[in-house]
Design a protein around this ligand. Structure first.
Ligand code: CA
Length: 231
């Protein structure tokens, strides 16, 4: 497994060293830069998975570094702010930082925030990417669904339902879960509507084909996977 790479931009050498040791202990690969300019260069050249960015830096300060990073990189940034610099925190988030930790910090808290930011990064939908299952391709940017070589015509609701199922492929989803995520929390409806739309979707993407993608889990809900149907 390739280690997750974290860039520390911090001029206080003791803090930087302490962070380096703690992060390495957690299995991260660590680089350190001691000023803003070096930090910017390192983000550009090495594309780290996450940046720990101190605000008070010699030369270009952390705020400005954050702003400039966001002009070319989506790398998650956690700002290290001094105690009670509330305006700095708000500004940092405005400039595109993902989170902040106040110095002096407890290392466990920082580690937890790093994990949370990395998790979020992983779970973000890649909006421009195609979603694929078997020979079905969902082109999110073009709003197209293709099965085999055929373009499938879906209504808005069918499309949303299919997208939700594919994004959660391999996971059993209850009717309630599907209703909440596709129709919304406020939608006052019987979960029967889910069955109805699953039926519509099946008739369009599964019925003409031997390999089924939507499977019923009796008494639970539905799962999307590429497999011959057990039902
Ligand atoms: Ca500093």
């Amino acid at each position: 497994m390739i280690p997750i790479r974290i860039l520390i931009v911090e001029d206080e050498k003791q803090i930087a060293r302490f962070l380096e040791l703690e992060l390495q202990h957690e299995g991260y690969s660590v680089d350190i830069e001691y000023d803003g300019r070096g930090g910017l260069r390192a983000v550009e050249q090495n594309e780290p998975d996450l940046v720990l960015l101190d605000i008070m830096l010699p030369g270009i300060n952390g705020m400005e570094v954050c702003r400039r990073i966001r002009q070319f990189s989506e790398a998650p940034i956690i700002m290290l702010t001094a105690k009670d610099e509330t305006t700095d925190k708000v500004m940092g988030l405005d400039l595109g930082a993902n989170d902040y930790v106040t110095k002096p910090f407890v290392i466990e808290e920082l580690l937890a925030r790093i994990r949370a930011v990395l998790r979020k990064k992983d779970s973000l939908p890649k909006l421009t990417k195609n979603l694929v299952i078997g020979d079905l391709i969902m082109d999110i940017s073009m709003h197209h669904v293709i099965k085999g070589n055929e373009m499938i015509d879906l209504t808005k609701r069918e499309y949303d339902l299919l997208e939700y199922l594919i994004r959660n492929k391999g996971i059993v989803l209850s009717r309630e879960q599907i209703l909440e995520n596709v129709w919304g929390f406020d939608y006052m409806a019987d979960t029967n509507v889910v069955d109805v739309y699953i039926r519509y979707l099946r008739s369009k993407i599964d019925e003409p084909h031997e390999t089924k993608l939507i499977h019923t889990i009796r008494g639970v809900g539905y799962i999307m996977k590429e497999e011959k149907s057990e039902v």
